[in-house]
Design a protein around this ligand. Structure first.
Ligand code: PHE
Length: 454
């Protein structure tokens, strides 16, 4: 049995909430959420997403935090300790590798956001229009130096935070960045709502056209619920391992889910009021932010300032998520290989940089290097987000429900002081049904669908 060194820990509950919220709010909430809502019919899709968050997102978040908190080790050690075998440990390793792979291409998109922030500061969007916006985006993203350079720069920023460890790095920086993000977001929402035809954007978000929801849309809503809460990739297990035994887990997780949801909705309001007020299309897909928003900002009063604020918002959100994707592998190196934090951070971020290079080149130099018409970036992001993230969440559910057993796991949720909702019997029923049955079945559906069987 391996004896672990004294583990780092969060300084306070607020610190944990800021870090976990920082992990949750990222490109998933700001870049992906608006465009999948735009493509899948607005309000009805949002409602479905909210149902999935409540039905399985919140319980699985509690499950992952509980696994980490109980074992006090990286996802590998945590799966092995609770599963009581090295085979469970291997499943833990899969989640660590998933987070690490995600961090490699996540940093590429985040790098583009950083590049766009610099362009916004330079005022490059001031004369952009519908024709030039897309070609502008294409010329930047296909430039090897631009893409790889900003990918590198972004990782340097993240590594310099991770260098300082859990309290002085992740917690301290998240505690500054999350309120800043809220302020910037509120400015953009107020601006959006005061635009001439902002009601069109709001109507789109509130429209409940259930006939617009396709089976694929259902799965996208489900996948979004996992991805946005950073589940299935070792992140929340690792963050849980820094939580003290006296902390009430559901009470600490609830604000994370609530605020993350609120922030996604506010981002939706900001983006759609701005997009609709310019009579632009909401369903332009992944390039919505890169292509559509610069056009709108170019026409708006204070557009330059607003575009700077917007890309600051995205970059902050991406930094606090990227560090959370790298932390599981760092904690693995520290726990299992006895590396110092500095060494672990340098190895993990250099690895993410190198693995990310083919993703960064997928839109230029390696554009024609495709398998089934998909480039390297498409393939690696598709499999990690759509296959390995649900699998990782499934492993956590199976571990708790069928190996550890819900009843025993539940005892570890109890704390000395007055318990939050889980003192009520209804909560244990909800938790049990969700983790043991609903989550597993829904995840199997996603996987069968991805593999083309369902
Ligand atoms: N929750 C993050 C987001 O919404 C996703 C993420 C977290 C990705 C951690 C990687 C690592 O952007």
């Amino acid at each position: 049995m391996k004896l672990y060194k004294q583990r780092e820990s969060w300084n306070s509950r607020i610190g944990f909430i800021s870090a976990a919220l920082g992990s949750a709010v990222g490109l998933g909430s700001i870049w992906r959420f608006p465009y999948v809502v735009g493509q899948n019919g607005g309000g009805a899709f949002i409602l479905l997403y909210l149902i999935f968050l409540a039905l399985i997102g919140f319980p699985i978040l509690i499950t992952e935090i509980l696994i980490g908190r109980t074992a006090q080790s990286s996802p590998y050690g945590a799966f092995r300790t609770i599963g009581k075998s090295k085979y469970w440990g291997y499943l833990g390793k899969v989640t660590i590798i998933t987070g690490f792979i995600i961090s490699s291409f996540y940093s590429v998109i985040a790098g583009w956001m950083l590049g766009y922030l610099i362009e916004a500061i330079k005022g490059s969007f001031s004369s952009i229009d519908g024709n030039s916006a897309l070609s502008y985006f294409n010329s930047l993203s296909s430039s090897s130096i631009w893409s790889v350079g900003y990918h590198f720069l972004f990782l340097v920023i993240c590594a310099s935070i991770l260098f300082f460890g859990v309290r002085k790095g992740i917690e301290a920086k998240s505690k500054i960045m999350m309120p800043l993000l809220m302020i910037v977001l509120l400015i953009l929402v107020v601006k959006g709502l005061t635009l001439p035809s902002s009601s069109k954007g709001l109507k789109f978000m509130l429209s409940l056209n259930f006939k617009d929801i396709t089976p694929a849309g259902v799965l996208i809503a489900l996948g979004q619920a996992f991805f946005t809460l950073s589940l299935g990739q070792g992140t929340m297990i690792t963050y849980g391992s820094y939580l003290s035994k006296g902390e009430d887990i559901p009470k600490s997780c609830f604000p994370v889910v609530l605020l993350n949801t609120l922030i996604s909705i506010l981002v939706g309001i900001a983006v759609f009021t701005i997009v609709f007020s310019a009579d632009l299309n909401a369903n332009s897909g992944p390039t919505l932010i890169f292509e559509t928003l610069p056009i709108v900002f170019s026409k708006m009063a204070f557009g330059r300032l607003l575009s700077i604020l917007f890309f600051i918002l995205v970059v902050i959100a991406a930094i606090t998520s990227e560090i959370s994707a790298l932390e599981p592998v760092i904690s693995y190196f520290i726990d299992e290989k006895d590396y110092s934090r500095h060494k672990a951070t340098i190895i993990a971020s250099t690895g993410a940089f190198l693995i990310g290079i083919p993703s960064a080149l997928s839109f230029g130099l390696l554009k024609n290097f495709t398998i089934f018409k998909s480039n390297f970036f498409d393939i690696i992001s598709f499999f990690s987000v759509n296959v390995f993230v649900p699998l990782g969440a499934l492993f956590a559910c199976l571990l708790v429900a069928y190996r550890w057993k819900i009843k025993k796991a539940f005892e570890h949720l109890k704390v000395k002081d007055i318990a939050f909702i889980h003192s009520k019997p209804i909560f244990s029923v909800y938790f049990k049904i969700s983790v043991k049955y609903i989550a597993s079945v829904l995840i199997l559906f996603i996987l069968l669908n991805v593999l083309g069987i369902f």
